[in-house]
Design a protein around this ligand. Structure first.
Ligand code: PHE
Ligand code: FE
Length: 289
């Protein structure tokens, strides 16, 4: 490990050895609380009929709309009673090993800050709205919570096998940008979608993106973009099915993947179960909303 990397593996001043910092809820300003309320109210006009029941039920169970940014000392006991998870604050993105260790111990690391009023629609770094509104409702679902914990355990292993890039794609296309097949149609469960007003509509209704049935190895081979709406979404049959598919031993999966090439973000393969063959018109005209 180089000295350069070493510096960035140390928690910043004021953070604990596990990179956590106090939420310091009293310090949020009225404007910051208002930002939460605005974002929350806007998503509630969009998500019913688009988000999965597990997400909507989790949101209700956690009571995240009592006025302003949730106070973790109030929210955590409710979450903990349901699945044993808690949410901790971190200063920003943390090293992979730190992230995996938190998940493996049923702690979800959340950014402490909230976006500025002129960044309601887009920001690069995850803030507390993305992390808490987007991620935490799904952690009230026992199967999803088990999946996230197993992901943390699997992360260390993937790192030691040199397969972290492949495992990261699984996270991206499920935890962040996953869709689910339900009797009522496709529904969102991915945090990157439910925390975005524009992508919540795009992901389920726009004719541009491909929507393809979840297949573990297919997903792990697929590239992704971090700077714009996705060009492909993967559809799981249920959270339980996702959990069952990922609790199996990945060692043989990783062995097979080593002999494969990456798949382009707009590819549709003959073996894909296609829900929607996208036009890709949005990406073709340059994207970015
Ligand atoms: N089953 C995986 C392994 O053997 C771990 C894992 C579980 C990864 C769930 C992601 C999600 O490495
Ligand atoms: Fe996220």
């Amino acid at each position: 490990m180089s000295d350069f990397e070493h510096v960035f593996q140390e928690p910043p001043p004021g953070a604990a050895a596990d990179w956590t910092i106090p939420q310091d809820w009293e310090a949020y300003t009225a404007v910051e609380h208002q930002t939460w309320d605005t974002l929350y109210a806007r998503q509630m006009t969009i998500l019913p009929g688009r988000a999965a029941d597990a997400f909507m039920n989790g949101l209700k169970a956690l009571d995240l709309n009592t006025g302003g940014i949730p106070d973790f000392s109030v929210m955590n006991p409710k979450l903990q009673a349901l699945t044993g998870w808690t949410v901790v604050c971190v200063p920003g993105l943390v090293p992979d090993a730190v992230f995996f260790d938190h998940l493996a111990n049923k702690r979800f690391p959340s950014g402490q800050f909230i976006r500025k009023p002129d960044q309601l629609d887009y920001l690069q770094e995850p803030d507390i709205f993305h992390d808490v509104f987007g991620h935490v409702p799904m952690l009230t679902d026992p199967d999803f919570a088990a999946y996230m914990q197993a992901y943390g355990q699997g992360g260390q292993r993937a790192a030691s096998l040199g397969m972290l890039a492949h495992l990261a794609r699984l996270y991206w296309y499920t935890v962040e940008f996953g869709l689910m097949e339900t009797a009522k149609g496709l529904r969102i469960y991915g945090a990157g979608i439910v925390s975005s007003a524009t992508e919540s509509v795009f992901a389920v209704e726009d004719p541009s993106p491909n929507r393809i049935g979840f297949d573990l190895e297919r997903v792990m081979r697929t590239l992704y973009r971090i700077d714009d709406f996705q060009q492909v979404y993967f559809v799981i049959p249920s959270i339980e099915a996702l959990k069952d598919e990922t609790l199996k031993d990945f060692a043989p999966v990783y062995e097979r993947l080593k002999g494969t090439t990456d798949i382009a973000i707009d590819a549709v393969l003959p073996t894909d179960r296609v829900f929607t063959r996208g036009t890709q018109a949005y990406a073709a005209r340059g994207g970015r909303f």
